[in-house]
Design a protein around this ligand. Sequence first.
Ligand code: NAD
Ligand code: WQD
Length: 360
Amino acid sequence: MASRLTSMATVLVTGGAGYVGSHTCVALLQAGHEVAVVDSLANSSAGAIDAVAGITGCRPRFDAVDCRDEVALEKIIAEVRPDAVFHFAGLKSVPESVKDPLRYYRHNLESAAVLLSVMNRAGAHRIVFSSSATVYGVPDELPVAETASLRPCNPYGWTKLMVERMITDMVEADPRWSAALLRYFNPVGAHPSGLIGEDPGGVPGNLMPYLLQVAVGRRPALPLYGTDYPTPDGTARRDYIHVMDLADGHLAALGNLESSAGQAMICNLGTGRAVSVLEVIEAMEKVSGHSLPHEVCDRRPGDVPELWADPAQAFRDLGWSANRTLADMCRDAWTWQSSHPWGYRRLPPTIPTTGAGVLP
Ligand code: NAD
Ligand code: WQD
């Protein structure tokens, strides 16, 4: 008989209104699990929860609560009685973390510490944590395996490593705990329905959302950071992974938690393929049918020339591998952005367009 975690589990999803969280909610609900979301909406919109309900036909319980609110979280966990918790909630901007490190340490560490305390008291001992390939910093070898040296280059990356440590220590202290620490590479794309997707506030810091805003006319051109890297076309290479492949990786991790009591497993979630910035632009031009202007700029400080995953361990331990292509990632991201040029806001803000006809 299938275990409860592979058949029908109740999963509490922190940060479930956010980009990766909302896509993972869809995957969980479509696999027959029950979902309860806790999200402060600090970087997301309740519209994402409506869209998750629209795609799946199931509306998850939703509490607009900050994970650091111990009293509220305690009540929610007592009511939901989760079989597992997926912890996506947190702040994620590298440059913001460099500018205001204390805010990042306080927010991300306190969110995790409060969550783990509440889980411990409630007897909920299974957690999947959103870590990041940023914990590797500049790797000595490529592709990068889980055994590589860990030396984050920014406070955000340190918070990820510290929370990994916090969770590992909980597991070591009490074998009823089990954990999956998932190191994502570069999540992009959207659910193929185009009803949910990435919706950053302000100027996007990441390549794909910036490029999409160029494609819908919200921005005139992509700043292309560096064409003098020691790579085949001179632009930096990354391991872009479709967000639905990432969501499936979480489902695989959930299935593994029941049989891995006393363990904190660490897995890279990437495709194992290196893709350059120019290749992303070209793939997006193809699916959108638009030529996408870009302006060559200096390298962005702190960027590594190349980073891609050795995904073998995820396949070995979770039976998971990514199978969607770069064309799939671009097509699905474009379906989302072209149908939601302003993200979850239906109408553009009432700021006038610039003279060039470019939207703000
Ligand atoms: P996101 O900002 O879209 O989602 C995070 C969600 O958490 C948001 O909805 C936000 O409102 C919520 N949130 C933040 N702090 C909270 C708190 N204290 N309590 C409750 N809710 C809170 O980010 P995302 O891209 O979906 O990333 C999800 C997780 O994956 C993050 O932990 C991020 O660090 C990690 N990650 C993301 C990437 C990426 O490139 N997107 C890569 C590696 C790791
Ligand atoms: C990809 C490539 C840029 C924007 C970041 C975080 C990492 C993880 C994923 C959370 C680089 C280039 C980008 C632009 C560009 N997040 N680029 N013009 O830097 O690999 O990783 O997101 O954990 O921690 O650091 O992703 O999408 O920002 O950049 O040329 O406007 O695109 O220089 O080569 P990155 P990215």
